[in-house]
Ligand binder design. Sequence first.
Ligand code: ASP
Length: 354
Amino acid sequence: MPKLTRRHFVLSGMTAIVSTRMRSARAPSRSPNRPLAIASANRVTLPDGTVYYNGIRATARAFELMRAGSDPLDAVIAGVTIVEDDPNDMSVGYGGLPNEEGEVELDASVMHGPTGRCGAVAALRYIKNPSQVARLVMEETDHILLVGEGALRFALSFGFQKQDLLTERARQVWLQWRRERSERDHWMQNKLPGALRSALPTLDWAHMTGTINCLAVTEAGDLAGVTTTSGLAFKVPGRVGDSPIIGCGLYVDNDVGAAGSTGWGEDNIRVVGAHTVVENMRRGMSPLQACLDALRRIVKLYGGRPAHQVNFYAINKNGEYAGAAIFKGAQFAVTDARGSRVEDSAYLLERPPQ
Ligand code: ASP
């Protein structure tokens, strides 16, 4: 297990939207910080209380593969496959929390900087590695996004195995949610239903979301990214979030950098977040400034009182990187020549509205 260290980006006395005084996540260095992999980092709590961060295993694997000469897309997909396969991670792949009818529906996208190609799948059922299916859409078709039944049939035609993705643990959480949902629950709510809180005491509203985004740059400066998720817990069947939408949950431009997102997908889609972040970097912003600018656009949509958490992650071609979120408390995983660690994301607001 890689050693975890922390760096803190918490800003002194900040209770409102920060303006220009954010410090850069990484001071520009003369020699590029490559290879580098970063990822979102969800805390996963095992039934016995053990806690780990999902993203750190992905970045460590992606880094190791790039050090051995791997293509950056192969590296990030290998990294997130560990997380998709993990039954204890209730936000991604096998073991993910299901939709309101108890079915796990997965979304994923991939983008390869050197070729500018991309692929995605949405509302994919029964296949635990949607990121690998997204890559096949990119490699084997002239299309970019396959959904639902068509995506499933496409995956099966390439030999993917159909399996039930609902683990007993996720099913228990869903049953509890269903038992306790009330007429006052609605799809717009941004607070954790009481049902979920009692189902899994360690869960908070942020855990209704959960995704892994992993971005990488090789020693030669080639970029790639992947985003994979089971989407919002208890979503309406057929609901598709930002993760499989190129430009929202993921965007890569080999001349500039790469960006991805986790959190409330609908809010991200409204600002086409990942593309916005990459375009910000193209215009000269650091990864951190680029992420904060995109987050401010979301905050503005809510008149300064956003309802949900949204996270952005970004790297540029030199291996500068950042993670930033609307609300305090988010983290992200990094692996570079200094090792693997979890860092605190920068943020705009201390806490969600009560
Ligand atoms: N962004 C994902 C979605 O909206 C969820 C998440 O990141 O947790 O589907």
